[in-house]
Design a protein around this ligand. Structure first.
Ligand SMILES: NC(=O)c1ccc[n+]([C@@H]2O[C@H](COP(=O)([O-])OP(=O)(O)OC[C@H]3O[C@@H](n4cnc5c(N)ncnc54)[C@H](OP(=O)(O)O)[C@@H]3O)[C@@H](O)[C@H]2O)c1
Length: 302
């Protein structure tokens, strides 16, 4: 089965591509400048050139804070881009597998969010991703939208790599402790996407199209995650950091408001895909093991 992977230089996509290839899929990765989500013609062209059986979109505008200053750009990529993808996939009659975010929720829930729960994004990024989801639902029935959260991995900029850098540079780290979420290793999400691709390969007729949640099992705060990162890292190197202090969000104001609680309930995908999310702490351990023993190109930089 031939899969076209868009946004192939992104953090998630760089784990998805080898995972799909290892599972026997033919994966063609494409991205800018050849394929720009804001340009419908470039999407149609790549579909005509590659002729995939499935489009997996890992491309998105992901600069959460910058989005507040340039909402038009975020909307052009995440809303209009998703609409272009859905229309193009509909034209050539192939399924669209798309990634979305926990930031579609406002974080006021008191139990993990289910797929059908009311969305109420707090910022431009979340609104743009939600609008993209809606565009896909409206235009192309053969879609799977997988919402995930707090992604980190070997590639790209992410919280884990930033904390490692700061822990080498500073004696004291202050980290937000009143936002709760589910850290997700991009490698684990990649495996879940591979499983979905396998299901799609078995046939479209009985496929349960729709929206799913997938993230690491269990939850923590950014502070809890930072502590765990540093604890793991100390088995590999001596760090400068001496104190990690929990702070409220109000002590670290950022342009975009984040949900205080964005724990995702992954039961639906567990039932449909026969998958079990890995505890976030075990995945973090494995990710750091890999970062230290086989770093991407330069060692653990953000
Ligand atoms: N990171 C997280 O914590 C997180 C959490 C929840 C959900 N998600 C979702 O997970 C998905 C993957 O995220 P990620 O962290 O892997 O993202 P990422 O590392 O920022 O990669 C995004 C990719 O999208 C590409 N892109 C941006 N604008 C584009 C455009 N107009 N046309 C074509 N490609 C474009 C970028 O291309 P260039 O290389 O050319 O810049 C980049 O390769 C996204 O849908 C994101 O919303 C992420």
């Amino acid at each position: 089965m031939k899969v076209l992977l868009l946004g192939h230089r992104g953090m998630l996509a760089q784990d998805v591509l080898p995972a799909l290839a290892a599972a026997g899929f033919t994966v063609i990765g494409r991205g800018r400048p050849e394929v720009d989500l804001t340009c419908a013609a470039s999407i149609r062209q790549v579909l005509a050139d590659v002729q995939p059986a499935l489009l997996l979109n890992a491309a998105a505008y992901t600069a959460v804070d910058q989005a507040e200053a340039e909402p038009d750009v975020a909307m052009a990529v995440n809303r209009e881009g998703a609409a272009h993808l859905a229309a193009a996939c509909h034209e050539v009659d192939i399924p669209l597998l798309h990634i979305s975010t926990d930031y579609v929720f406002d974080g006021l829930a008191s139990r993990p969010y289910r797929e059908a729960d009311q969305t109420a994004p707090l910022g431009v990024y979340g609104r743009s991703k939600w609008a993209g989801e809606q565009a896909i639902r409206a235009q192309h029935a053969a879609h799977v939208i997988v919402r995930t959260s707090w992604l980190y991995g070997q590639h790209g900029r992410n919280f884990v790599k930033t904390i490692l850098r700061l822990a080498r540079e500073r004696e004291v780290l202050r980290v937000i402790d009143d936002q709760q979420g589910c850290p997700t290793w991009s490698r684990d999400l990649a495996q879940a996407l591979v499983r979905l691709c396998h299901r799609l390969q078995q046939g479209r007729d009985q496929f349960p199209w729709g929206t799913y949640h997938w993230c690491g099992a269990g939850s923590t705060s950014w502070y809890g995650l930072a502590r765990a990162i540093i604890e793991e890292a100390r088995t590999f190197e001596t760090l400068r950091v001496q104190n990690i202090l929990p702070i409220p969000t109000t002590d670290y104001p950022l342009p975009a408001q984040r949900p205080r609680y964005s724990v995702l309930d992954c039961t639906k995908l567990q039932e449909v895909g026969g998958l079990t999310p890995r505890p976030w702490r075990a995945s973090l351990h494995d990710c750091l093991q890999e970062l230290y023993t086989c770093p991407p190109t330069s060692p653990v930089t953000s």
